[in-house]
Ligand binder design. Structure first.
Ligand code: ATP
Length: 356
């Protein structure tokens, strides 16, 4: 029999794990096809984790296995420290927000938001109070009596969020919830989503194939490729220090310097990834600063992107490079560049990531 101290210790451990998600050796096959293989992932309580990757890389499958809509072929799923691998979805303390909102068209907004509480058997008074609070949280208390079709896409998305949060799950799973919104609304909703997550303090696992969205929102990003996680880290870690070529290419633009050329330039024999904003352009005849490396080449294309200008350079050594400069008015010291100009693309090897 457990002593009082052991029980207390177990309870402390349990409360520290409340809201955590742990996947170990998770594999999910559909017949012959393996969508997720041997995946390990630990999400801390209250963390905002994004699962980012190309279409078909297994993100939604992992989300559905966590929710219990799909059964793991092998491996374990733990929620708040408890093994739920074989637990049915309704008995798991998670809720899911889908891209298509899935609101009931014939129910008012207030009825939609209160639906889960009604199923749980909460009293009318309790429901009314919680629906009000929930609608206030997503800043939509003024639309309580409308029907879903009388709201905009962004408003419907916030209602879907309110409906999921009202049940106060330990973990909220979000499957491309902003996918159907236009860019401007999407960016506004990203800020709101982050604020709401901070306020409610529950764990968010967010699926997206939009890298900017993942970098903006998350405490950590898990980059998926082909049913596996290539790298997990903070936005800064995965962007600045990609561990694989796939991550370097999938997250933003990257210049990949082949190992043989990297060795000629800096003496280190490994493929290097350098971000375009870390590459400076100077007249080909100017000397290199101490510690910098550079390649001479020709400007092939100049692309104006609004906040920055992107230069595509064909280096004499045979590689294509991209350099990006912010369009800041105070930067009058920089060389104006046109197609056909001869330049030196320069960077510091300390800003490059080493790839295996
Ligand atoms: P997207 O961003 O397009 O939603 P994803 O990364 O979420 O992609 P998944 O939906 O997890 O990818 O799918 C991973 C792979 O598993 C895909 O090749 C998909 O076709 C396959 N798959 C998913 N569900 C099933 C199923 N029920 N039966 C058979 N194959 C499936």
């Amino acid at each position: 029999m457990a002593t009082a101290a052991q029980t207390a210790n177990a309870q402390t451990a349990d409360s520290a794990l409340k809201g955590s998600v742990s996947l170990q050796g998770l594999t999910k096959s559909f017949g012959e096809f393996t969508a997720v293989r041997e995946l390990d992932l630990d999400v801390a309580p209250g963390e905002f984790l994004s699962m980012l990757g190309p279409s078909g890389s297994g993100k939604t499958t992992v989300l559905r296995v966590i929710a219990g809509f799909e059964e793991a072929t092998s491996g374990t799923v733990r929620l708040s420290g408890v093994d739920v691998t074989r637990t049915p979805p309704h008995a798991r303390d998670v809720n899911t927000v889908f891209q298509d909102y899935a609101l009931f068209p014939h129910l008012t907004i207030a009825e939609n938001v209160g639906y889960g509480l009604r199923v749980r058997g909460s009293s009318k008074a309790e429901r009314t109070a919680q629906v009000e609070e929930s609608l206030r949280r997503v800043r939509l208390d003024h639309v309580a009596d409308r029907l879903p079709q009388q709201l905009s896409g962004g408003q419907r998305q916030r209602i879907a969020l309110a409906r999921a949060l009202i049940l106060r799950p330990q973990v909220l799973l979000l499957d491309e919830p902003l996918g159907a919104l236009d860019k401007q609304l999407r960016e506004q909703m990203q800020i709101e989503l982050k604020q709401i997550q901070r306020e409610v303090g529950i764990t968010f696992i967010f699926v997206t194939h939009d890298q900017e969205e993942a970098l903006t929102l998350s405490d950590r990003v898990a980059v998926f490729n082909n049913g596996r996680i290539e790298q997990v880290g903070t936005a800064r870690e995965v962007y600045e220090n990609p561990e694989t070529e796939f991550v370097a290419r999938f997250l933003g633009l990257s210049n990949l310097i082949p190992a043989a050329l990297a060795q000629e330039l800096s003496g280190e024999r490994c493929t290097m990834s350098i971000r375009p904003e870390r590459v400076r352009l100077q007249p080909a005849s100017d000397p290199l600063r101490d510690g910098d490396v550079g390649l001479v080449g020709t400007v092939r294309e100049v692309v104006y992107t609004g906040p920055a200008t992107r230069y595509l350079i064909t280096a004499d050594a045979g590689v294509e490079l991209i350099a990006e400069r912010p369009n800041a008015h105070h930067r009058t010291d920089e060389l104006p560049l046109e197609r056909g100009d001869h330049v030196r693309a320069v960077w510091n090897p300390s800003h490059a990531a080493r790839l295996p």
